[in-house]
Design a protein around this ligand. Structure first.
Ligand SMILES: C[S@@+](CC[C@H](N)C(=O)[O-])C[C@H]1O[C@@H](n2cnc3c(N)ncnc32)[C@H](O)[C@@H]1O
Length: 263
């Protein structure tokens, strides 16, 4: 042991605890993953807390699998075969974002909307790329860093809650993810609380029309547009507008407000 070290008094228990806390905070920060401002990823308990039953057990198994091959999903989600991928700039334009806004992309997947959202809110805004999949969240944070998008933060959430700070968002954007919500009422409540009063929830999802829609949609997507709207209204939102996006044929886009006086 060196002379200097030998001269140091033994650390008191309070110093040891403070050092341990500092290490944990540092490691949490380096992981690039955020659960909540006060909670690092290693302490995130993913167990649903809601008493609501899953409306579609197993639908997200592929995404929460730790072996998920992200590259395969980049090809699937960001390919020309998806009309939301082809028209992503037009979709983001319809969100009406302004410089400095805070937007959450809930169910961000591989980050299809990351660049247009970051551009829309600018360097003074913030984009929270939120997902239940640890593999996607790691990829989202790496994508943001590689593109030097300092306003983007990847957030790991749970299947029943977005886990974002109260009244922090101008817009919550949900593309092709509503039909993946296993606990829609609990998730919607967490989104409503995360929105500023008067903030907007904007959904893009598949039209589900028996006898018209493709078989895959009929089997995979739980509800049609009107039923989704009814579900969202029952969670305390107000219908704002059905938005038209040139080129979207299989998908609809609809916006809701968090009422200004809601709790
Ligand atoms: C079909 S992908 C859509 C990804 C992206 N929005 C897009 O359009 O390319 C659905 C995504 O939602 C995520 N997801 C499912 N349930 C979720 C929930 N309750 N909260 C947040 N993300 C969820 C999945 O992990 C997956 O990344």
């Amino acid at each position: 042991m060196s002379r200097d070290l030998r001269q140091l008094p033994p650390p008191c228990p309070r110093q040891v605890i403070a050092l341990a806390v500092l290490c944990l905070v540092f490691l949490g920060g380096c992981s690039g993953l955020t659960a909540r401002p006060d909670e690092n990823r290693s302490t995130l308990d993913a167990t649903p807390k809601t008493s609501e039953s899953s409306v579609r057990p197993g639908i997200n198994d592929v995404f929460v699998n730790p072996e998920l091959n992200v590259d395969e999903f980049v090809a699937v989600f960001e390919g020309e075969s998806r009309e939301v991928a082809v028209h992503r700039e037009d979709i983001v334009a319809r969100l009406g974002l302004r410089s400095g806004d805070a937007v959450a992309d809930i169910g961000a997947g591989t980050g299809l909307f990351m660049e247009p959202l970051a551009q829309a809110v600018g360097p003074t805004g913030s984009v929270l790329a939120v997902d239940i999949s640890k593999r996607f969240v790691e990829h989202l944070q790496a994508r943001a860093s590689q593109s030097n998008l300092l306003q983007v933060q990847a957030v790991l959430c749970t299947e029943d809650a977005v886990r974002l700070p109260a009244e922090s968002l101008d817009v919550a954007f949900v593309c092709d993810t509503y039909h993946h919500f296993e606990f829609p009422q609990a998730t919607l409540e967490s989104i409503r609380k995360a929105l500023k009063p008067g903030g907007q929830l904007v959904l893009v999802d598949f039209k589900r029309i028996p006898g018209v829609s493709r078989e895959w949609i009929l089997n995979h997507v739980r509800l049609g547009q009107e039923e989704v709207i009814a579900e969202v209204l029952s969670a305390g939102f107000q219908l704002n507008e059905v938005l038209f996006v040139n080129g979207l044929e299989e998908n609809y886009m609809v916006s809701f407000d968090r009422p200004k006086l809601s709790h």
